[in-house]
Design a protein around this ligand. Structure first.
Ligand SMILES: NC(=O)c1ccc[n+]([C@@H]2O[C@H](COP(=O)([O-])OP(=O)(O)OC[C@H]3O[C@@H](n4cnc5c(N)ncnc54)[C@H](O)[C@@H]3O)[C@@H](O)[C@H]2O)c1
Ligand SMILES: O=S(=O)(O)c1ccc(CO)cc1
Length: 482
């Protein structure tokens, strides 16, 4: 079986051990062995990135543009093959996985353009005869730590702006899904960028992630993952004076008002709660439904859920692939039990099942769960599950719906289904979330505009679009005597 090594200073470098990458749709299928590095690998990668930084930070914008554009082109040209690998290791369906790979390619091409668009300002000073210039410079070596649910898109949307603005990179991908990040590293390695500018170190979060966060020569950490890990990283970064950016969990509300188009509200709720196995930080998990439409909505959503085919991520006809791991499956199933114990009613789903194709292969398949008659204080409505589990809360009117939607420690994405311009406009202004969707699923974002949330969901500058430069550059103000 092929062993996939770490990329350090332009060389494929074995780790101290390896770890198997297993297909969650078929537990007998081991995709490959992937290096498990240790702190000494992080030291070597950071040393290589530090040595490469002086030249890369002043490299020409045309060269940086061309490298990123080439990387984007190769990703797009191989989207079917890379999408198949992604579906095999993470468990989202093949079409979803191909879409994610295409997103990664488009992100590299977008940031290739951003290399050419970086601008400064020139102003007169308040003191006569002095000119003021404001420019942006790279920050140095950046450590990138990524989660398992978007194995190529999230690495891409951190690596591409980091490189575009002249930084050097050490990335630690999620150890559950190293295959897509390794394939991306291989493409970046062959793009012709100098050795040491980009480094990949695979391994355990507590070992590799922690070593990156603690390293004195790392100037900044961009992290996407859980709240618990993110908060620990923020504390360590503040202590050592590192710049830090965190994208974390969500408990995204989907409001459905009496005046909503019922079929549309049901479809967008099914899409955002259950597709991608509910394993999207932008997925809805709290359906907040006003009184009059509640019975018809719950009925129609159950009918829609009955048509969802759960099974092998790569099999034709599959709508929803497996849960990513045994631990995540146990968490999803346990939250169904917690909700029932607190008084919610399980309307449908919520148990482990076999693949819809009858393949007989063992995978982490779960029937999407809908819990009704839930209340805002129940744990199911306060804690992130991160699986195909949604709960419905019945409210009297829009005002109560908005209050319940905002009654959460999180603030990533929030949606409303309504035909009322008045309520849609009010919700866009008053939902306490970084992203608001009107008559659209809470999941489903563009790659060229800012992404991020409020409250416990995010910390630091936004990711993506031209806003990415806030994190990946530092501002310099220069005064010149004329
Ligand atoms: N807001 C967003 O943009 C967004 C996007 C995707 C996923 N997420 C969140 O990610 C979570 C699921 O992903 P996950 O289970 O991979 O998260 P996680 O926090 O367990 O792991 C994320 C990354 O951090 C590493 N890590 C673990 N412990 C570490 C430590 N002590 N120091 C440094 N790094 C460490 C992991 O190895 C992994 O690479 C969910 O909470 C989800 O909401 C958020
Ligand atoms: O909302 S989604 O478009 O599904 C989406 C895509 C990528 C990411 C990466 O964090 C998050 C959400």
């Amino acid at each position: 079986m092929t062993t996939h090594n770490n990329l350090i200073n332009g060389s494929w470098t074995p780790g101290k051990t390896t770890s198997p990458n297993t297909n969650p749709s078929d537990l007998s299928d081991v995709i490959g062995q992937y290096a498990q590095g240790d702190a000494s690998d992080v030291d070597a990668a950071v040393a290589a990135a530090t040595a490469a930084f002086p030249a890369w930070s002043v490299s020409g914008i045309q060269a940086r543009h061309d490298a990123l554009d080439k990387i984007g082109n190769e990703i797009l040209a191989r989207k079917e093959e890379l999408g198949d690998l992604l579906a095999r290791e993470e468990g989202k369906t093949r079409p979803e996985a191909i879409g994610e790979v295409a997103r990664a390619g488009q992100i590299f091409k977008f940031f290739a353009g951003e290399c050419l668009r970086l601008a400064g300002e020139s102003l007169p000073s308040v003191r006569p005869g002095i000119g003021v210039e404001i420019t942006r410079e790279p920050i140095g070596v950046v450590g990138l730590i990524t989660p398992w649910n978007f194995p190529i898109a999230i690495p891409a949307w951190k690596i591409a702006p980091a490189l575009a603005f002249g930084n050097c990179v050490v990335i630690k991908p999620a150890d559950l899904v190293p295959g897509s990040a390794w394939a991306l590293a291989d493409i970046i390695h062959r793009s012709g960028i100098p050795a040491g500018v980009f480094n990949l170190v695979m391994g355990r979060g507590r070992i590799i992630g922690d070593a990156l966060v603690q390293h004195p020569d790392v100037a900044a950490i961009s992290f996407t993952g859980s709240v618990g890990v993110g908060r620990g990283i923020a504390e360590a970064c503040v202590k050592s004076g590192k710049k830090v950016q965190l994208e974390m969990g969500g408990k995204n509300p989907q409001v459905v008002l009496d005046d909503a188009d019922l079929a549309q509200a049901v479809e967008l709720s099914a899409q955002s709660c259950f597709y991608s196995t509910g394993q999207r930080c932008t997925a809805s998990s709290r359906l907040i439904v006003t009184d009059k439409i509640y019975p018809a909505f719950v009925q129609a959503l159950q009918e829609r859920m009955a048509k969802i085919k759960v099974g092998d991520a790569r099999a034709a006809g599959t709508d929803i692939g497996p849960v990513v791991s045994q631990a995540q499956l146990e968490q999803d199933l346990s939250y169904v039990e917690i909700a029932k114990a607190e008084g919610a009613v399980l309307a449908t789903g919520g148990s482990r099942i076999a693949c819809h194709t009858g393949s007989g292969k063992e995978g982490f398949f779960m029937q999407p769960a809908l819990l009704v008659d839930s209340t805002p204080q129940m744990r199911i409505n306060r804690e992130e599950v991160f699986g195909p589990v949604a709960s419905v809360i019945r409210v009297q009117d829009y005002e109560e719906a908005l209050a319940v939607a905002n009654d959460t420690a999180f603030g990533l994405s929030a949606g409303i289904a309504t035909t009322s311009l008045k309520y849609a406009s009010h919700f866009k202004r008053h939902a306490q979330a970084g992203m608001v969707m009107v008559n659209l699923p809470t999941a489903g974002v563009d790659y060229h505009v800012p992404f991020g949330g409020r409250k416990g969901s995010s910390y630091g500058p936004r990711e993506q679009g031209r806003y990415a430069q806030e994190f990946y550059t530092t501002v310099k103000t220069a005064y010149t005597l004329a």
